[in-house]
Write a protein that binds this ligand. Sequence first.
Ligand SMILES: [Cu+2]
Length: 518
Amino acid sequence: MFRFLDKEFPSASLKAAGVAVAVALCALALVSCGPLDDFTGEKVDTVGQVPFENRLAVPPLADSELDSEGRRVFTLTAEPGEREFRPGEKTDTWGFNGSYLGPTLRARRGDEVMVEFENGVDEPTSVHWHGMHLPAEADGGPHQMVEPGESWSPGWEIDQPAATLWYHPHPHGDTEEHLYRGLAGMFILDDEEEAELDLPREYGVDDFPVIVQDKRFAEDGSLVEDDRERLGILGDTLLVNGTYGPYLDVSTERVRVRLLNGSTARTYDFGFSDQRDFALIATDGGLLEQPAELDRIQLSPGERAEIVVAMEPGERVVLRSYPPDLEPGSDTSREDGGDDSFDVLQLRAAGDLDSSPDLPAELVDISELDLGDASETREFELRSRRINDEEFDMERIDTVVTKGTTEVWEVENGHGQPHTFHPHDVQFQVLDVDGEDPPPELSGWKDTIPLPPGMPVRLIMRFEDYADPESPYMYHCHLVRHEDQGMMGQFVVVEPGEEAGEPPPHGQAGHDHAEDRG
Ligand SMILES: [Cu+2]
């Protein structure tokens, strides 16, 4: 089923010839070859083909209650459901407190929060708070598995700047499928510094979550889970907040869009159909020092960006994804989605727009972490489905960090395909990318960074709290297929002089990485 024209192979016979050559090469070399898509590289281009007929769904803000100890308590239940994303097509899905995605959790710096999570799906899963600074035992990684019918209630204090974070499952080996089926949601943090700025912040009015995910639908409407490229599932159809073909009614002169790449493998390069500039105000971990005027923002899976877009009365403009630059200096990334374009979301301005204040010229002060304070420099090389030549092992602590220290992590992709890097627990600052100063989109707090082949990054981060020698945090590639296949390591934070303990039994049968290496 080729829904979109493949410009590289204009004739069916040429394409067939390419496949024949590929098959012959596989046979001659006597090696196992991937799907034939690897050779034909079907390009996806939905520009001009998306009917913007459905109002963008805005995930509801999650209710919370204050318990007797003053904690803000949220309730999340993972459950199976069914959706009709496209007319006449029923799709089996998973969601939190509903059939697809979940409510937006919102809390303030200083809040004590607790989440009562219940697993209502028929597989063990977990829920991880991506970008959150919190104790490892509350992190929701593969050591905090929740069996079907069981519950888990982590609690922690919100102690980090205002930011757009998110939550999603993290069961080792199954994260891709659980996320792809729909288990994800946004977690917005507020603080006093952000509240004092003249920024659009009325949720669902001039401040919108925009969760972008690619899907591949079978003829019967079901989600195709087993058609993978080397990076994982690359879909040909976008959902935004679970809405197919979405439009957003804009009623104010400026709107704040909280972009989350909630896809499992695909990188987007967002921009507008008329190439207008927008202001980037925040990255993964919070506000920038100043807004940055950009006309593109590239986000790999798990990354977020808050942008503010100015609109004229009555106009319509489309948020698009342009072909992302996955391997600078190379044009061989078609099979990784490097040639793909999408219409994402149409913005429709009302004839009369409520006025919005001018954007502040200055946002927040970010205290720069000092290289001179770093007590440790570590190197991480991502290659094959391993980090530093090690495949993920639940029972092996790879890295021991001392509480109260600052570290530099030099991370390099030594592999001929794109990866990304995401450490849990902390937000980092980017010292440099391939020896150069970071661009505006990497100049603030980050928790996830793309790693093109051969472009090392140096990250600086501080481990302020939460020593626990037995509960590890993860670091991994956030192309979640790769993470599932073992491109993940574990670190513990210990008190000075303390040694790492042994991770507790995790209650999940270990799985064999060899069987699912793509
Ligand atoms: Cu990877």
